[in-house]
Design a binder for this molecule. Structure first.
Ligand SMILES: *[C@@H]1O[C@H](CO)[C@@H](O)[C@H](O)[C@H]1NC(C)=O
Ligand SMILES: *[C@@H]1O[C@H](CO)[C@@H](O)[C@H](O)[C@H]1NC(C)=O
Ligand SMILES: *[C@@H]1O[C@H](CO)[C@@H](O)[C@H](O)[C@H]1NC(C)=O
Ligand SMILES: *[C@@H]1O[C@H](CO)[C@@H](O)[C@H](O)[C@H]1NC(C)=O
Ligand SMILES: *[C@@H]1O[C@H](CO)[C@@H](O)[C@H](O)[C@H]1NC(C)=O
Ligand SMILES: *[C@@H]1O[C@H](CO)[C@@H](O)[C@H](O)[C@H]1NC(C)=O
Ligand SMILES: *[C@@H]1O[C@H](CO)[C@@H](O)[C@H](O)[C@H]1NC(C)=O
Ligand SMILES: *[C@@H]1O[C@H](CO)[C@@H](O)[C@H](O)[C@H]1NC(C)=O
Ligand SMILES: *[C@@H]1O[C@H](CO)[C@@H](O)[C@H](O)[C@H]1NC(C)=O
Length: 681
């Protein structure tokens, strides 16, 4: 480790500006959800996320709020909840949830230690990591709740001084604690809050804030080293433990999701452009070698690659990984502007996230499998550090972190969906139904409301009002076949998006304007390992629909898997077994795929809930057949190479992956024409 003297010598001068975002985020509270996104966030408020403060041990009786319930010595349960509930409360403008986060924040700040430490720990128990999501929560609260801004900023500043004292005293609480790998791999999340303070409320602490950024980076793990030099492309089961253990901090799925943005965060204060190449390669390689078709990162706690050991790959992805990946990618789009980052954030938001929640948002999976024919208590665990209930839906299947961390998903997707572009532009970065109200940097007051069923169809209608003329920027996704726009009922013309950012400028006059934006999408195939295929229409992944036999039981305690006493959780909280009512061992003939819109579905407005069988209007049919597909250790093996039909080919249905809690998303390819020629059926 480098000595402190060297670190200070390289420190950035306090007068320096941070590198600007390509597209600056709006303050929390500027964007309200509409349409299906409003429905989803309201379901969250009415579901587990919105009730954890009332009963859930690791929030309601957290040591942060004077209780003593923690699932680990990291004390991260409350901070995860807080980071997520602030944007949920202010995205929805929900008084009940706003009063919860205000009361919690007030309690925590009233109990701030004299030296500035935030949180319940004293002495050696002070491990910095859980402060990272806590400060992200405070940052968002200070933006959204003006009555609390002064108090919250004062608490954050006092903590920054405390942190500076600890970091300069041999990195106390950061380096050399029993679990320091979490903080050292996730420090960029703390730097985001420090940079926010530096830009908005530097007070007299500018140099301290910069020194903290520098020290956190110096003693943290170097994601550029992983992305450029040490990256493991193989499945980790194929690599020796000496190597994988030494790099575990980069392989852990949630770290991998959070770490995607690390270089872009550091670059803002170091101006180091090497981080552009490492960040871009990091995103490309993470998804190329460990990516799921649904847009998340495959990791059964550790990265899962493409090549299996002893013929067996157990691809899984943690719910926390999905929401952290979405957030990192939306940050990356704002910081660097690569269109691909926004497309990837949408892909995870519309596929990986919703498939892991029950439609009512009361139960979630800890881990999802791309090919999930059933969701049961397995006879044994084939996974690395995940128990037999990890892929079932429930209150806290396996580890409780995702019960408290998952609610950040859609609220942060919403709060990063509109961005400012230059002095007088507002951009729609993450397409979805929402209304943004903002005073642009140049002083223009604008409100833009997007009414759309996107991603379920591809027309977006905007109503804009502005005190003077401004530019509306529309992001054209990389997958779009074509795009067109019409302003105030004028002729429709193709959009000309910027090649790097995908943003297309539409200049609008002062006053009211109506903008109709239309995209066209195709059905696309992504060939995956083991001669399988993933099928998309626009940003939506489609997967085999499997009949679901859903059996509810009381929620279980994650530690010993015994039922919680009745009365602990609200009656809507259940753990589930989902057995398949139809076959999942299906091979697909891709030449027969046909995309259709379900005319019998009530399509205006979209059904609520949307992420459930029969919800989304689009579906696909294809011809396929059952094949012999063995089960090992309770889960299907890798897709078998022998594609001989074991039953007559027939027509099957695919629905959006997010709506299919049971699904096969990477289906073995079969050529039914040649099978017939070969006389195999
Ligand atoms: C925990 O829940 C109980 C019952 O709803 C409530 O009275 C109490 O105030 C809650 N505690 C906190 C810290 O919110
Ligand atoms: C400083 O921390 C490092 C890393 O934990 C440790 O090896 C070293 O002994 C510490 N030095 C002092 C003076 O405490
Ligand atoms: C820039 O970042 C790269 C990647 O982390 C690092 O190797 C290099 O030392 C940095 N350059 C400077 C001048 O800090
Ligand atoms: C599945 O694909 C991997 C990676 O391409 C390959 O190593 C493995 O042999 C395949 N498994 C089977 C059963 O074909
Ligand atoms: C594992 O993931 C790879 C892609 O990352 C995929 O090709 C393969 O089919 C998956 N295996 C299973 C059993 O899902
Ligand atoms: C399971 O754990 C909970 C919480 O620690 C405890 O209250 C309960 O008694 C345990 N149940 C069994 C059957 O061990
Ligand atoms: C569940 O799936 C398996 C494998 O496809 C199949 O053998 C079984 O018949 C299915 N169950 C039902 C009730 O259809
Ligand atoms: C089509 O819509 C109807 C009515 O909402 C629904 O029952 C049915 O499941 C839908 N079909 C598909 C394939 O989603
Ligand atoms: C499927 O098999 C038929 C008959 O052998 C052949 O003509 C056709 O090209 C094959 N299709 C694909 C996509 O390989």
């Amino acid at each position: 480790m480098k000595s402190l003297a060297i670190i200070i010598a390289f420190a950035v001068a306090a007068s320096a500006d941070l590198l600007p975002f390509a597209f600056a985020p709006l303050p929390l509270g500027s964007i309200q959800p509409q349409g299906w996104l409003l429905d989803q966030m309201q379901l969250m408020a009415d579901g587990l996320a919105g009730h954890e403060y009332d009963f859930y041990l690791y929030v309601n009786e957290s040591s942060w709020l004077g209780g003593d319930q923690e699932y680990s010595n990291l004390n991260e349960g409350f901070p995860y909840w807080f980071n997520a509930l602030v944007p949920l409360a202010y995205g929805l403008n929900d008084d009940r949830l706003k009063s919860q986060v205000q009361a919690a924040a007030t309690y925590v700040l009233q109990h701030q230690a004299d030296d500035g430490w935030i949180g319940p720990e004293t002495g050696d128990a002070r491990i910095m990591w859980a402060r990272f999501p806590a400060l992200l929560g405070f940052m968002q609260l200070a933006e959204a709740e003006q009555t609390m801004t002064d108090m919250v900023v004062a608490g954050m500043q006092k903590f920054a001084v405390c942190m500076n004292n600890m970091l300069t005293a041999n990195y106390t609480g950061y380096l050399g604690t029993s679990d320091d790998l979490w903080g050292r791999a996730r420090f960029q999340d703390m730097i985001i809050s420090l940079q926010w303070l530096y830009e908005h409320y530097p007070q007299d602490n500018g140099q301290i804030l910069l020194d903290n950024m520098q020290m956190l980076t110096e003693a943290g793990y170097d994601w550029a080293y992983w992305f450029l030099d040490a990256f493991i492309k193989e499945n980790l089961y194929d690599v020796s433990l000496d190597i994988t253990n030494a790099l575990f901090q980069f392989e852990h799925g949630v770290n991998a999701g959070q770490g995607l943005k690390s270089g872009a965060v550091i670059r803002r204060f170091t101006n180091n452009d090497t981080l552009l190449a490492s960040t871009r390669q990091g995103v490309d390689w993470t998804f190329k070698y460990h990516g799921a078709a649904s847009g998340t990162i495959l990791a059964d706690e550790r990265l899962d690659g493409l090549s299996p050991m002893t013929g067996q790959v157990h691809n899984l992805s943690e719910l926390c990984t999905a929401v952290e990946t979405m957030y990192s990618l939306s940050y990356l789009y704002e910081a660097l502007g690569d269109n691909d980052f926004a497309d990837r954030s949408e892909r995870a938001a519309f596929n990986a996230l919703p498939t892991m929640l029950t439609a009512d948002w009361w139960a979630h999976q800890y881990m999802a499998e791309p090919n999930q024919g059933y969701s049961q208590d397995l006879t044994e665990s084939p996974f690395w550090n995940v128990n037999t209930l990890g892929q079932t839906f429930g209150l806290e299947p396996n580890y409780p972190c995702c019960a408290v961390n998952h609610p950040q998903g859609y609220p942060k997707f919403l709060s990063n969906s509109f961005v400012t572009v230059g002095n007088n532009g507002l951009g729609h970065a993450l397409l979805s139904p929402a209304t943004a109200t903002s005073t642009l940097p140049g002083g223009n007051k604008v409100t833009v409301s997007c009414n759309t069923k996107y991603p379920f169809d591809f027309s977006l209608s905007y109503t804009a009002s502005a005190s003077s003329a401004f530019d509306l920027y529309l992001r054209v996704p990389g997958w779009a076949l074509s795009s067109s726009v019409s302003v105030n009922s004028g002729a429709s013309s193709p959009l000309k998006p910027d090649r790097h950012t995908g943003m297309a400028k539409v200049s609008l006059p002062a006053g009211q304007s109506i903008v109709e934006y239309t995209l066209s999408a195709d059905t696309t195939l992504d060939l995956r390992a083991n001669n399988t295929v993933a099928v998309y229409h626009g940003p939506l992944l489609y997967a085999l629909q499997i009949g679901e036999d859903i059996i509810a039981q009381p929620p279980r305690n994650w530690g010993n898997q015994s039922d919680y006493p009745s009365g602990y959780a609200p009656t809507q909280s259940h753990d589930y077994t989902i057995n398949n009512l139809t076959a999942w061992n299906i091979a697909i003939d891709p030449s027969t795929i046909s995309y259709q819109v379900n005319l019998s579905a009530g399509s205006d407005p979209l059904p609520n809930p949307i992420w459930t069988s029969g919800g989304p209007p689009g579906f696909m049919t294809f011809r396929g057949c059952e094949i012999a597909w063995p089960i090992e250790k309770g889960v299907p093996t890798n897709p078998p190479q022998d594609r001989t039909c074991t039953a007559a080919p027939t027509e099957y249905t695919m629905i959006p992956y997010g709506a299919a809690k049971l699904h096969m998303a990477e289906m073995p390819i079969v050529n039914l024409t040649s099978q017939r020629v070969r006389g195999l059926i």
